[in-house]
Ligand binder design. Structure first.
Ligand code: KG4
Ligand code: ZN
Length: 339
């Protein structure tokens, strides 16, 4: 089964050719430069950039996989695309492109929930994948704790009540006069700082699996009002202390949930799972608690179409290929659904 996949839910235009569980090619065109000056994604600019980039991204992806437009019909069996959640205009570009390719080449479509792309992304390039496991999706738009009982069988334990964790990193970076996206910049600076320098209170909600990151953001703001950044060392210490607080919150809750629900495997996904401390802490706690930890390869942490094609492969194996081209519509507020 060869799947051609598209991802356009936010600010990356991406396409991929996935053959069974193997990734043949993937191209990601990032819009970071366009949105950086606004310190966040501007939906209208994102849609426009997707329209400008999508044809080039598609051509490059096929070229990398050694597939010409003439071979497409012979070599590709289905077209997958991100159907939601995400930005309405951005999703529409990918949906229309997927439908166009599907109708030109008379191929079936596989709609993929963006969250499911992240959810299975840590298994790409690894052979063993066997639910049940606990999934923690940590990205710019989501912070979700999910029990995956089987492929397509989910119980969402908790989500964020306010900012997503990536959003908290990005806003903290803005307060610190760093550029966008802030997560990787704070991560790099934190490596050179002292994480014990500042004590931010832990944003831990008791008796709930939900997360909240607005408190730590406010704590940082209040700290900076009294202690403006003095020098590079001070800035690195703030980054290290902030990253430590966020990482501890995620690790603590994820392991508590895994123990409580007797899950022996934890899989991470989403842009924030590229964070070096979060990766290290999950691996270390996994070792101590004798749990298996699955981390996505760094290039599959942030949005990409390989994860969409991979999730589509798993989905069609169980559900087949019976989606109607006419009835399929993108859904910006799509939630995780069982299949
Ligand atoms: O998964 P993603 O590409 O987009 C969404 O689906 O939201 O995640 C983007 C987010 C941004 O907020 C970015 O700051 C964060 O992932 N991020 C990181 C790191 N790399 C990316 N956050 C912390 N540490 C990193 N190394
Ligand atoms: Zn994402």
């Amino acid at each position: 089964m060869n799947i051609f996949a598209l991802e356009t839910s936010c600010d990356e235009t991406s396409a991929s050719v996935v053959s069974g569980l193997n990734i043949k090619s993937v191209v990601v065109s990032s819009q970071i430069k366009i949105h950086a000056k606004f310190f966040g994604v501007v939906p209208e600019l994102a849609s426009r950039a997707h329209i400008e980039n999508i044809n080039v991204v598609i051509s490059q992806t096929l070229l990398k996989a050694g597939i010409s437009f003439d071979d497409f019909s012979k070599k590709i069996d289905a077209i997958a695309f991100t159907v939601g959640p995400g930005l309405a205009g951005a999703l529409l570009v990918g949906t229309i492109a997927a439908k166009s390719v599907a109708s030109i080449y008379k191929k079936p479509l596989i709609p993929v929930n963006h969250l499911e792309g992240h959810l299975y992304s840590s298994f790409i390039e690894k052979k063993s994948i066997k639910p049940p496991f606990l999934s923690i999706i940590i990205s710019g738009g989501h912070t979700e704790l999910i029990i995956v009982e089987d492929f397509g069988k989910y119980i969402t334990l908790g989500s964020t009540r306010d900012d997503a964790v990536g959003e908290a990193f990005d806003k903290a970076a803005k307060m610190l006069d760093l550029s966008y996206p802030g997560g990787p910049i704070i991560d790099r600076r934190a490596e050179r700082g002292n994480y014990q320098a500042i004590k931010f209170s832990r944003p831990y909600l008791k008796d709930s699996w939900d997360f909240s990151f607005s408190g730590i953001k406010t704590a940082l703001l209040n700290y900076l009002k009294i202690n403006p950044v003095k020098n590079e060392k001070h800035l690195n210490d703030i980054c290290a202390s902030f990253r430590q607080t966020v990482a501890e919150t995620l690790v603590f809750k994820a392991f508590k949930a895994a123990k409580e629900f007797r899950l022996k495997q934890i899989a991470l996904g989403g842009g924030v799972s590229a964070n070096s401390l979060i990766r290290k802490m999950f691996v270390e706690f996994g070792r101590i608690n004798k749990m298996k930890i699955f981390l996505p390869v760094v290039s599959y942490c942030t949005d990409n179409a390989a994860m969409v094609g991979y999730a589509a492969y798993l989905k069609q194996k169980k559900c087949g290929l019976n989606y109607s081209l006419i009835q399929l519509k993108s859904n910006p507020s799509l939630s995780l659904e069982n299949w």
